[in-house]
Ligand binder design. Structure first.
Ligand SMILES: C[S@@+](CC[C@H](N)C(=O)[O-])C[C@H]1O[C@@H](n2cnc3c(N)ncnc32)[C@H](O)[C@@H]1O
Length: 233
């Protein structure tokens, strides 16, 4: 199949450039068949240059609570949350196209319908989420950027946290899981500055947690998980 006949060539081209990876034919099928319905219109800058807020009621079909997962990786946590909380709408973003394809496969297997997917950068999505629209957000094993000169690329910087705080309702919960002690340090220093209070910081997972691919890798390599919880002021 050539680019000209692919029903969703723009996604393949976009991610081909970003990740430098080839998308397998089976994954391409998921992308073209499922992403069309799961990806809300109006998130990308090309689609929505004015950055008008998304209509979450139209996306989920009613006024249900909406939760966000940033960087869902292979999607196991996102599908688990969607299945555990069918009364909630889950919106997730992930720029790694093979991760998006894995999520789409898991959505098919689980038969969950309360999800929306943005195959791109969290900042694009945060820009267009209505103010105060989220009641929970998950940041599971964000890219660690271990070198000191790269710490400013971490998600837990004000460039990301201020838009996240704007999108979250007062009292909303923000969960961060990481295996990197210096990431915990930066999280504890930066997240409260953006308008959150720390409500939990431990090595015991949340009751409804499901271990992710990245957590399994960390455990195999001998790194201990940290589970940090904040509440939006
Ligand atoms: C270390 S992986 C963890 C994946 C998954 N959450 C897990 O626990 O297995 C970090 C993920 O964050 C994604 N990511 C990095 N920057 C991002 C951004 N700006 N917006 C959304 N996702 C991002 C990466 O593509 C990657 O899949």
């Amino acid at each position: 199949m050539t680019d000209d006949t692919d029903p969703a060539p723009e996604w393949r081209n976009f991610y081909g450039r970003r990740s430098g990876k080839t998308i397998r034919k089976s994954q391409r099928t998921y992308l073209s068949e499922d992403l069309t319905t799961l990806c809300p219109a109006g998130v990308s800058r090309a689609d929505n240059p004015e950055r008008a807020p998304l209509d979450l009621t139209a996306i989920f079909g009613d006024d249900r609570p909406v939760w966000l997962e940033i960087g869902f990786g292979g999607g196991e946590h996102m599908v688990h949350m969607a299945a555990t909380y069918p009364e909630v709408g889950l919106i997730g973003c992930e720029p790694f196209i093979n991760g998006v394809a894995m999520l789409l496969g898991k959505i098919r297997l689980a038969g969950v319908t309360n999800l929306a997917v943005y195959p791109g950068d969290a900042r694009d999505l945060l820009d267009v989420l209505p103010a105060g629209s989220l009641t929970r957000a998950f940041l599971n094993y964000p890219d660690p950027w271990p070198k000191r000169r790269h710490h400013r690329r971490r998600f837990v910087t004000q460039d990301h946290l201020v838009p996240l705080a704007r999108a979250m309702a007062p009292g909303a919960e923000f969960r961060v899981a990481t295996d990197i002690p210096d990431y915990v340090r930066q999280t504890l220093a930066e997240v409260p500055k953006a308008g959150f209070d720390l409500v939990g910081n431990g090595v015991t997972a949340w009751d409804d947690w499901i271990s992710t691919r990245y957590e399994q890798k960390a455990l195999r390599e001998g790194r201990a998980p940290h589970y940090v919880t904040f509440r939006r002021r």
